[in-house]
Design a binder for this molecule. Structure first.
Ligand SMILES: Nc1ncnc2c1ncn2[C@@H]1O[C@H](COP(=O)(O)OP(=O)(O)OP(=O)(O)O)[C@@H](O)[C@H]1O
Ligand SMILES: [Mg+2]
Length: 291
């Protein structure tokens, strides 16, 4: 039986006069990894936040695991328990240890006893390769380690789906790979994931589907190879040109006609120096391959 883990129907969201989501329809199948890409302000974060009800949709419906979470009678806490979310900023509790960051939510929200919460915490710290940091405080960890703790904390709640909102955007380039490596393992284990990311090599490698959003709508979607490799819409091409080769995109006259994605971008945008100035996704890819 195939079941959609997430179903989004005619989702609209306005902030005052600003209509940020203008009718989003999207299904995410059980075990599927969907990467959401698009320019700043296109509504990617708002979309994720509507799925776990951090934002209340203005219209439309969202189902998670077959339950309509937008139903007014729904228990919002019960819904959120089923959805893990990882943000750009790690949002760890700074004043308690890494282990306690994992055990406290389990105890408070899931009412697990101390021993069980500790065992689940250990298990998930091992999963992200940080068992040895259980007693450390967040400030003693690198950004990449902190983000892996944030992922472990979400996993300790046994979520049915995981939402990632630019989980590597706040990290120094050399730390991106270790976080993506954890996410890649999760994907391989069959976790249902929605990932907002600018890491195109990750999207190409891991995503079952890439969704390109602009102006609050889904402009196109499909396999990564198609959307990133040979986008159908000019808006998608422009966006990819900008993120894959920011320097070229900033040059006057350097538009899609001069540097179409076939020439400039995605095909060459795997690991390697072609992806842009300085350390970038290429380095991250290298780290991942080692891990
Ligand atoms: N709480 C809010 N109140 C008012 N406006 C908001 C709120 N949250 C988001 N917006 C507006 O909604 C629009 C979409 O924001 P959103 O954060 O979803 O975009 P995004 O695609 O995630 O962008 P970025 O890539 O910069 O993270 C923006 O114009 C933003 O200013
Ligand atoms: Mg955002």
């Amino acid at each position: 039986m195939t079941q959609n883990e997430i179903e989004i129907r005619s989702l609209h969201k306005s902030f005052g006069d600003n209509e940020v989501l203008r009718g989003i329809d999207l299904d995410v199948a059980h075990g599927e990894v969907v990467c959401v890409i698009g320019p700043s302000g296109s509504g990617k974060s708002t979309l994720l936040r509507c799925v776990n009800l951090l934002e209340e949709p203005s219209a439309g419906k969202v189902f998670v695991g077959g339950t309509e979470v937008t139903d007014l009678d729904v228990d919002i806490d019960a819904v959120r328990r089923r959805i893990g979310m990882v943000f750009q900023q790690f949002n760890l509790f700074p004043h308690v240890t890494v282990a306690e960051n994992l055990t406290l939510p389990q105890r408070r929200v899931l009412k697990r006893d101390k021993a069980r919460a500790a065992a689940v915490a250990r298990e998930n710290l091992e999963r992200v390769g940080l068992a040895d940091k259980a007693g450390a405080y967040p400030a003693q960890l690198s950004g990449g380690q902190q983000q892996r703790v944030a992922i472990a904390r979400a996993l300790a709640m046994d979520p049915e789906v995981m939402l990632f909102d630019e989980p590597t955007s706040a990290l120094d380039p050399e730390l991106v790979g270790e976080v993506l490596a954890v996410m890649r393992v999760l994907a391989a284990e069959g976790m249902t994931m929605m990932v907002v990311t600018h890491e195109m090599s990750f999207a190409r490698e891991v995503a079952d589907r890439v969704v390109f959003m602009d102006g609050g709508v889904i402009v196109e979607q499909g396999p990564a190879e198609q959307v990133v490799g040979s986008p159908r819409h000019e808006r998608t091409r422009n966006f990819l040109n900008r993120i894959l080769d920011p320097a070229a995109a900033a040059e006057p006259g350097a538009g899609p006609q001069d540097a179409g994605p076939q020439d400039a971008g995605p095909q060459d945008a795997g690991p390697g120096p072609g992806t842009g100035p300085g350390p970038g996704p290429g380095d991250a890819e290298d780290v991942r391959k080692e891990g």
